[in-house]
Structure formats: C-alpha cells, structure tokens
Write a protein that binds this ligand. Structure first.
Ligand SMILES: [Fe+2]
Length: 183
C-alpha cells in the first residue's frame, strides 16, 4: 500500500501517547524521510513555496512546508515543541536567545534532506533556503500551530512583535514571484 497523508497523521497521533511525544515524533519522521519518494507521492509535487496543513488539532499540527529558493523567514518562536523532517533540499536554521530589548544569535544548524530536527517549546529560530531548489519538510507541532499566541522578531532590529501570518504569507508570495522571474 502506498503511503498516504492519513498514515502520516495516524503515526504522529500515535506518538502523542508515548512518554516523550516529541522524541516519538522524531522517530516517525526519521522513518518517513528515509523514503523521500513515497513522501513526495503522498504529499504531492512542490511547485511554489508555501505552507500546506495536513492535520490541524488542538494537540497536534502537521504541515508540509516548502521554502522557496532564496527565501528567509525572520526569527520566531512556536510556543510548543516542533519536529522538522527534511525530505528535499536544505533548510538553514539560525538560533537566538532572548536578551533585554531583543535577541542575540546563538548558533545554527544546516538541515539537509534526510535529517530531522527536534526544537523545544522555547526555541527561537529563523530559517533560510540558500539553495537553488525548494527546501521541503514535514513539520509537526505539539499543539495548535495557527492559534497559539507567540512572538516573532524583526530580522534587522530584533524588535519583538506578535507573530503575523499575513506577513509570512507575503514573504512566500514575494519569494515565489522572485523565483518565477529568475527561471
Ligand atoms: Fe519555525
């Protein structure tokens, strides 16, 4: 049987019953990204960057996220644990810590296809795709990703503000337009 979205959802939901759900989800994603072709078939082709919700509940959100080549998303927190499983391209993560009046950089991690990254509930990161192909991943969050109140920070000034999904959508649109012009 071919892998289907409902299988991915069922495996992640099963992980919530484990003692440490984020680590159990990591194991699920480790297995999934080991078969990128099956994942691609289940989730469909990527033609543009964007966020596709595969499952949305109070205790679990599963997204397919495709970062457009050249795109960067400003620092943000999730307010819940997150697990990112890359199955195409590469996502470059930069981490930050809160300091009075803003943020300071705190290292980074390149995440190539096949890698899985677990982020604790208090992590602040920014994400960039510096490659010439889409960076594609399954993102799993231990809560309701779309309605929990949380912060983002300006890329240059590190000024804190409420997370703004309309702004994120515009970033995707601008990056997609630039990418289409370049092709
Ligand atoms: Fe994030």
């Amino acid at each position: 049987m071919a892998l289907a979205v409902e299988d991915i959802v069922a495996r992640c939901r099963g992980a919530l019953d484990e003692h440490t759900p984020a680590l159990a989800v990591r194991d699920v994603l480790d297995a999934l990204v080991a078969g990128p072709t099956a994942l691609e078939r289940a989730l469909g082709p990527v033609e543009l960057g964007g966020i596709t919700a595969l499952h949305s509940a109070d205790d679990l959100t599963i997204l397919r996220v495709a970062w457009t080549p050249g795109m960067a998303l400003n620092p943000h927190e999730h307010g819940m644990w997150a697990v990112i499983g890359m199955y195409g391209g590469q996502e470059d993560n930069a981490f930050y810590r809160r300091v009075s009046g803003g943020l300071e950089p705190a290292g980074g991690k390149e995440l190539p296809a096949g890698d899985v990254l677990v982020l604790g509930h208090d992590v602040i990161h920014s994400v960039a795709n510096s490659r010439r192909d889409f960076a594609v991943a399954v993102h799993v969050y231990g809560g309701d990703f779309f309605s929990v109140g949380r912060s983002e920070w300006d890329f240059e000034t590190y000024e804190e503000r409420p997370r703004d999904f309309a702004r994120t959508s515009r970033l995707f649109e601008e990056a997609n337009a630039r990418w289409r012009d370049q092709k």
